[in-house]
Design a protein around this ligand. Structure first.
Ligand code: BLA
Length: 317
């Protein structure tokens, strides 16, 4: 493993802004998730010059939260293999920052979904960074071999630097890959540099997979890809941990629009199945959806993947 000290800040480092901290009047360096977004867009353009703004740009660009001190920035693009690359970043004047950046492939490709979800408030950082698999990777499947075998060393490097964040919604594990980074840490320059480095490495890994991907022509396989992506979108549009915060920031109606039309765009278009069709265990006696995020409870105290990328977690609910 590379020791943390070998993580050098990227030229477009995670910290470019310098703020005067009002309490101590010391100059503190802050970081901004905007740099992560910029990196992803620049790298994508290098590889895919035909990246074009998505039709969603018109309706989803910037929003001011009801508190008057929080800004939400959205951007969205598409390309021949990319159905949607979209990002939401939130910055509050008191330091809260959120990044939700995802890339969804067209259904003709069984590529993983790039997923970066970072939440920073005060000293706390909650991080999910992954190439979310479209198909099963818990069992030994050709899909797992195809996309993750060569990425295991990358996952191991960061599993060391950004250790497993402890118990989480058990159901989420099915959407994660053997190289998932799920971590929590207290803010520090070092950790934010490591996070930026992980983000750039994972993003480049995803672009590498995309670059090599060839279009599927078998219609039944394309349908399977589409349904898998729809199931993923349905999960996230219903159970995303960020939803409550969004409701508080911009109100229920706008939050629903942002979640269903922007963040998880496709949930109303890629398929007809409902949340309960995919996840019947969430059905309550009266036919409604259980509001709890998890019905199996929080699980996976430790990383449930071994160094070979074999799933070693116990039961699923
Ligand atoms: C917490 N975010 C979490 C947690 C996970 C994720 C696993 C820990 C809590 C839990 O176990 O549910 C992220 N979960 C995911 C992801 C997938 C998943 C990426 O299933 C994909 C399949 N997070 C955001 C955004 C906000 C946000 C946009 O992405 C805010 C607008 C906030 N995430 C957020 C907050 C917490 C959190 C506030 C901690 C509070 C909590 O646990 O509810």
């Amino acid at each position: 493993f590379l020791p943390a000290a070998t993580i050098k800040p990227h030229p477009l480092s995670s910290r470019t802004k310098h703020k005067r901290c009002p309490c101590s009047m010391k100059v503190v360096s802050t970081f901004s998730y905007q740099n992560f977004v910029q990196f992803a867009l620049d790298e994508t353009k290098l590889l895919t010059p035909d990246l074009t703004p998505s039709y969603l740009q018109d309706d989803f660009s910037t929003l001011k939260a009801v508190d008057g001190k929080t800004e939400l920035k959205m951007c969205s693009f598409q390309a021949p293999k990319i159905r949607l690359l979209r990002s939401l970043s939130i910055e509050q004047s008191d330091g809260m920052q959120v990044l939700d950046l995802a890339v969804f492939p067209e259904a003709e490709f069984d590529l993983p979904i790039f997923c970066a979800n970072f939440f920073t408030s005060g000293n706390t950082n909650i991080v999910v960074l992954d190439l979310n698999p479209l198909h099963d990777v818990i069992n030994e499947t050709p899909y797992k071999q195809k996309y993750y075998r060569s990425l295991i060393p990358l996952g191991l490097k960061y599993a060391e630097l950004l250790p497993w964040g402890g118990k989480l919604t058990g159901e989420s594990l099915k959407f994660f890959s053997p190289i998932v980074i799920w971590t929590r840490f207290s803010s520090s320059h070092e950790k934010h540099d490591i996070l930026f480095s992980a983000f750039t490495d994972y993003y480049k890994a995803w672009l590498g997979l995309m670059n090599q991907a060839t279009k599927e022509t078998d219609v039944s396989q394309i349908s399977l890809n589409r349904e898998a992506q729809h199931r993923y979108l349905t999960w996230r549009a219903q159970k995303d941990p960020g939803y409550n915060l969004l409701k508080r920031l911009i109100g229920e109606t706008l939050a629903e629009d942002v979640v269903k039309k922007f963040l998880f765009n496709g949930v109303n278009e890629l398929g007809n199945k409902t949340f309960l069709d995919y996840f019947p265990e969430y059905e309550r006696g009266d036919g409604s959806i259980n509001e709890k995020r998890s019905v199996v409870g929080k699980s996976f105290e430790n990383r449930p993947w071994d160094a070979q990328g074999v799933f070693i977690g116990d039961t699923f609910g």
